[in-house]
Design a protein around this ligand. Structure first.
Ligand code: HEC
Ligand code: HEC
Length: 502
């Protein structure tokens, strides 16, 4: 598992390579016979009379038992060899570790900030589940934050279709709402909601809450007049290594950028530079596919969310900008004599990455229940599957037995879709426009209340139940959304029962 050293040696590779491949995976290439078998196994079913083979195991052999308590997302891949379990436990400890600001006598845990959003990964990814919106004016937005940027004339990024933006010149790439002693925080995220009633065909009225975002108490003067804000709630952590192990070719096969099949649904691929691999890779993580691998995302989180340096982002001040000179000059946690002169060394980053890859997906409940099967049929007939792709077979991998060659059921195509003005953050990121979002996986979604203690969905937690989440769908998903509005009560309940069984 300890691959960072090898990875870093690839940094010299040209960063503009446009050929997307599975460079991040230690894979055994597929034979043609295997590819044909996989295509047959992953084809959409048209038999809704009974559950499909292996459907109750969304993560294949990595699937874990569905615990009935809040620990349901905190189990390790069920097929993990015993020899890897210690790495998972060490990674878990680092994920939960609460960092402190420098200078501090606890040398192994200092370096936090100076600007930060949380002291531990686990503070946002609570119970390895999703975060939530603030519960009231006194609740600081710990498990949610605002990404920031401004439009730019050009970009040094050579990826085709890249939309030029730059970090907000003073505040950087995200709003840190906490600061070490002696420093000012960047400000607080403010949300106001407006009620939007939606009437369904059976007369039910659902009231959606439409959010708008601003920054109060800006610590470094007013934000740039063109600043673009994008709210993000921390997503659930399960099954990430399996999403990473899906073949690029299988994802590209679903791209229909110009909607050649005229179903109103296109789907575009996010392509992002990888700090870990030094070449552009497919963007699989983050709400707009902003990062390509679990390691890239984890290193970005150490830097942006907590102000901690790693081999991939060696600056100890994280997201502080030149305009925040005190922040850059502040004491940090990099002792040259230990930890490679980094706050988070190679081994620690590897362990956190290993942990983040290996949180097990719980088995389905009620797969054979007639209402759930009917709901599944509604899900397929309304074309939800054209973005929420049910199944894949992951690559055969040489040193990741947990992710290797599994039939998985994540319900995502990992592509970007225009979701309409209602959901738009109007803040482009990489190749993703201000109206595009990456289809999120739906596995585990029925356990949200149990694990996270709430039923908030979508990138900013605005939806307060699954039906609200669906009613927010617009743009390419407008047809599917309208289909749900038109359903009779029992089919709508069945659709929700299906989602709750995932
Ligand atoms: C301040 C809250 C916060 C903290 C702290 C935080 N995260 Fe996250 N995490 C998020 C948000 C928000 C996203 C979605 C990011 C985006 O859309 O760009 C995310 C996304 C991720 C993802 C990708 C998940 C997916 O399905 O796309 C991984 C992996 C991850 N975080 C790991 C970590 C690790 C490891 C740490 C600690 C080093 C950490 N996070 C700390 C909020 C946080
Ligand atoms: C055009 C692609 C597309 C189609 C079609 C589509 N979805 Fe989605 N779905 C998305 C995207 C993208 C998001 C994330 C939007 C966001 O976070 O703002 C999403 C989010 C969701 C969520 C919330 C997930 C979460 O983790 O918060 C649910 C539930 C959901 N979709 C169900 C459905 C159902 C049911 C249908 C069919 C009626 C459907 N979707 C059709 C793309 C699609």
């Amino acid at each position: 598992m300890f691959r960072t050293a090898l990875i870093l040696s690839c940094l010299a590779a040209p960063a503009h390579t446009q050929t997307l491949g599975d460079v991040h995976l230690p894979l055994v290439p597929r034979t043609e016979a295997e590819a044909a078998r996989i295509a047959a196994v992953t084809a959409l079913t048209d038999d809704f009379s009974k559950a499909e083979a292996f459907e109750e195991k969304p993560a294949g052999a990595a699937t874990v038992r569905a615990w009935t308590n809040a620990d349901a997302f905190s189990q390790l891949s069920a097929n993990m060899p015993f020899a890897h379990e210690m790495d998972f436990k060490l990674g878990n400890a680092l994920f939960r570790k609460s960092w402190v600001a420098s200078p501090s006598s606890t040398l192994g845990s200092d370096g936090l900030g100076p600007l930060y959003n949380a002291r531990a990964c686990q503070d946002c990814h609570l119970k390895d589940g999703r975060g939530h919106t603030p519960e009231g004016p006194e609740d600081r937005a710990v498990s949610m934050f605002l990404r920031l940027s401004v439009p730019a004339a050009s970009s040094a990024e050579e990826i085709e279709g890249w939309i030029a933006t730059a970090n907000e010149p003073t505040y950087g790439g995200q709003l840190q709402d906490f600061a070490a002693p002696g420093h000012s925080a960047e400000g607080q995220m403010e949300i106001t909601y407006t009620d939007v009633p939606v009437e369904l065909a059976d007369g039910t009225v659902v009231t959606l809450r439409d959010p708008s975002y601003s920054v109060s108490d800006p610590g470094f003067g007013p934000l740039h007049p063109d600043a673009m804000l994008s709210p993000r709630v921390a997503p659930q952590m399960i099954g990430l290594g399996l999403l990473e192990a899906i073949s690029v070719a299988d994802i590209l096969a679903k791209v229909d950028a110009d909607d050649a099949d005229e179903d109103g649904i296109s789907g575009r691929v996010a392509i992002v530079p990888s700090a870990a691999f030094g070449v552009p890779v497919l963007g699989r993580f983050g709400y707009k596919g902003g990062t390509g691998t679990v390691m890239d995302q984890s290193a970005a989180a150490f830097s942006g969310d907590m102000g901690l340096s790693t081999p991939l982002h060696p600056d100890p001040w994280g997201d502080c900008t030149k305009a925040q000179a005190d922040c850059i000059a502040a004491p940090h946690g990099q002792e040259p004599e230990n930890r490679e002169g980094l706050e988070v060394d190679t081994l620690s980053l590897d362990l956190v990455t290993f942990y983040s890859r290996n949180l097990g997906v719980p088995e389905r409940r009620d797969v054979s229940d007639p209402t759930v099967l009917r709901g599944k049929e509604v899900f397929y007939s309304l074309n939800c599957t054209s973005c929420h792709t049910p199944k894949y077979v992951t690559h055969r991998l040489t040193d990741q037995p947990e992710q290797s060659f599994q039939l998985i059921w994540p319900y995502t195509d990992l592509l970007l879709h225009d979701m309409g003005e209602g959901l738009a953050d109007n803040r482009p990121e990489g190749r993703a426009t201000g109206t595009e979002w990456k289809t999120p996986p739906l596995w585990g979604i029925g356990l949200t209340q149990q694990v996270s203690g709430h039923n908030q969905f979508l990138h900013d937690g605005r939806a307060r139940n699954l039906l609200e989440a669906i009613l927010w769908h617009g743009g390419e998903a407008k047809g599917a959304r309208d289909g749900v509005v038109s359903l009779d009560t029992s089919d709508r309940d069945a659709l929700i029962a299906f989602l709750e069984s995932l």
